[in-house]
Design a protein around this ligand. Structure first.
Ligand SMILES: Nc1ncnc2c1ncn2[C@@H]1O[C@H](COP(=O)(O)OP(=O)(O)O)[C@@H](O)[C@H]1O
Ligand SMILES: [Mg+2]
Length: 384
């Protein structure tokens, strides 16, 4: 049997400790997945801790137990709230039940009452939980993370990730997020003509990265179903952005989008590896230059040694031009079967679109060119 996951919300530390002690006697069946002293934090914790049951005190600072209960039942209908209250709070109790609490328990309670109530509530509402699974936090959205990576700069990683994101947001009724994780030289904001907007660094400095709600104001809404998280504007900022921070941000944003496209930095540091690990697909971008191809080969070897499945990594040769002394066939032969996609070189439209801050695939005139079609083909491979 799965353990029942319980989150404890009470502003009195002593009370939380007593509850934890009681629950620890049932550790085979019950697991405490988090605790908090205020209702606002409980809502944030739920996203990551995914409790089955919240033990909720009524009087708490910031957001009280009643309001928190109401929001939990609205936002996370599968989470069961059990109100803990003292006798004198009868009136509140009624309100709490009205706001969607499943059960209540009167303080002070003993071991039998606490455990009995948790198990009985869980059993009773488990069925409903199954029914509501579609609305459960696990299930709300399971973001498909797609990473664009290269072992050399200037190969077109940003151009391709941005245009892919745009095409996906157009063709599919899906919620897309593009994260510019080239923390040193992130160019996406320029490419969409949105310089000096809020960046990931602002969110980090303001301490607003623990939940989607927190990060939301730092996202740029490119259009209704397409958000972008820009990279910092000063290269030195990249030093502060540790893997732990990246992990927090990814966890907070995951499940809020159908597809998250990440334009990564160009070395295998901890943050990049974290994203590559969690990615469902990695697009490794290279050009036709022999040096780029050599580095790409090395990069692919690293990924192989990391145990990535073969079909997780796709190679994209950008700026393909038959006049550069290496043929398509030679490139294909140098890499494994079926992993290569070619994007033709076409400087004029690319440079104009960058300079105008108007992505290529946004512009009907260019979108019809070979380069636009090739990017479209590539983005289709993502959804299939
Ligand atoms: N298919 C292409 N054809 C011609 N030029 C391209 C193409 N893709 C990218 N470029 C050029 O390469 C430059 C670098 O692209 P960018 O996406 O910024 O690279 P990266 O993110 O890998 O550093 C761009 O400024 C653009 O002018
Ligand atoms: Mg770039």
């Amino acid at each position: 049997m799965n353990k029942i996951k319980v989150l404890i919300a009470d502003d009195v530390e002593e009370t939380r400790n007593v509850i934890k002690k009681l629950l620890s006697l049932e550790e085979e069946h019950i697991e405490v997945v988090g605790e908090s002293d205020n209702g606002e934090e409980v809502l944030k914790l739920i996203q990551n801790a995914k409790p089955d049951i919240v033990l909720m005190d009524i009087n708490m600072p910031v957001l009280n137990g009643l309001e928190a209960t109401e929001r939990i039942t609205m936002e996370y209908p599968s989470v069961m709230v059990i109100i803990m209250s003292v006798q004198a709070e009868n009136e509140y109790l009624k309100k709490a039940m009205f706001h969607g609490a499943k059960e209540y328990i009167i303080k002070p309670f003993n071991y039998d009452t606490l455990i009995g109530t948790i198990i009985a509530t869980y059993e009773k509402y488990k069925e409903i939980q199954v029914k509501f699974k579609g609305a459960n936090i696990d299930e709300v959205r399971n973001s498909k993370v797609i990473a664009f990576f290269s072992s050399k700069g200037g190969v077109g990683k940003s151009v391709l990730s941005l245009n892919t994101a745009i095409l996906l947001s157009k063709s599919e009724n899906k919620k897309i997020l593009l994260i510019d994780m080239d923390f040193q030289f992130g160019d996406i904001s320029m490419m969409v003509n949105q310089h000096s907007k809020k960046t990931i660094l602002d969110a980090i400095e303001d301490g607003q990265i623990d939940s989607y709600e927190n990060i939301k104001p730092y996202l740029f809404k490119y259009k209704d179903n397409f958000d972008i998280l820009f990279a910092p504007e000063k290269p030195e900022a990249s030093e502060y952005i540790t893997k732990e921070i990246v992990e927090k941000i990814m966890k907070a944003l995951k499940n809020q989008y159908d597809v998250i496209i990440v334009d990564t930095g160009i070395n295998f540091n901890d943050s990049t590896l974290y994203v590559l690990d969690m990615a469902e697909k990695i697009f490794m971008i290279s050009t036709m230059e022999i040096v780029a191809l050599k580095n790409t080969k090395l990069g692919l070897k690293v990924m192989e040694s990391l145990g990535y499945e073969k079909n997780k990594v796709k190679l994209v040769i950008n700026r393909f031009n038959p006049n550069y002394g290496i043929s398509k066939k030679e490139v294909e032969d140098a890499f494994e079967d079926g992993i290569v996609t070619f994007i033709p070189e076409d400087e004029k439209p690319v440079i104009i679109s960058i300079n105008k801050g108007m992505p290529l695939c946004e512009d009907k005139k260019y979108y019809k060119l070979k380069i636009g079609k090739a990017i479209e083909e590539m983005s289709k491979k993502l959804i299939s």
